[in-house]
Design a protein around this ligand. Sequence first.
Ligand code: SF4
Length: 291
Amino acid sequence: MSLVVSQEEYISPGHMACPGCGATLAMRYVLKGLGKETIIVLPASCWSVIDGVFPYSSVKVPLFHTAFETAASVASGIKAALEVQGDTETTVLAFAGDGATFDIGLQALSGAAERNEDFIYVCYDNEAYMNTGIQRSSATPYGAWTTTTPVRHPKDRPKKRILEIIAAHEIPYAATASIGYPDDLIAKVTKAKGISGTRFIHVFSPCPTGWKSEASLSIKIARLAVHTKVFPLYEVENGFTFHINMEPKNLPVEEYLKLQERFAHLAEQEIAFIQKNVDEEWEHLLKRALY
Ligand code: SF4
């Protein structure tokens, strides 16, 4: 199926993101996939700031700011209200960062997924609480510096496997995507739009401010994450059917790490440990997946 990407832009220039922000590109591409008949539910996150100061908004669709833990429950409620009104056209999109998804909002998301509520949930993952000062989240990868995992005590636990956790609720569609591959991301959003029930898309979104990387390198870093197997692109249908969407180039993980100062303190053996983990996780995924 060939993908036609909308020329329409649903984000205005002049939003409040840092230069090179992956989360902003994530929203741009997601809205290109969904179109203007969309209502966004936005919990506390960088995007609460990026959107702008009331009464201004940088997105051109209705947007509801809500509390950190409530994205999935508010999305469920808005969808129910639309149904009462007989509106079957509008897509409800919960758009949350990793803190609101992996940690603070996980209970509400799990409840909604278990009920198979009819909305799309996008997690833009910048691997820490960036909005409040770069604190560790359960999406922060092993070995990373954050302000709560300083260089002498970097993160000593692996990143939570959120996609598998949410897919295990046997929702109809779950997928990873990356701002480094907009066609794949938009195709997945478009596919999700055509499915009913809870749909979950985990979008890899580099953050130059928190990752201490060059703003001009965000796309390169996002692509390297795919090609070092740090962040594989894959889909899970109905909880069991795994498809890998892009064959990684199998580059050494160091190529990815060295562009981010948050990993600059890592010694050779720690990089080797990360490489071993990445290789093992890829093998684990391969066993369950179809190309
Ligand atoms: S801190 Fe990171 S995620 Fe937040 S707006 Fe800046 S670049 Fe984007």
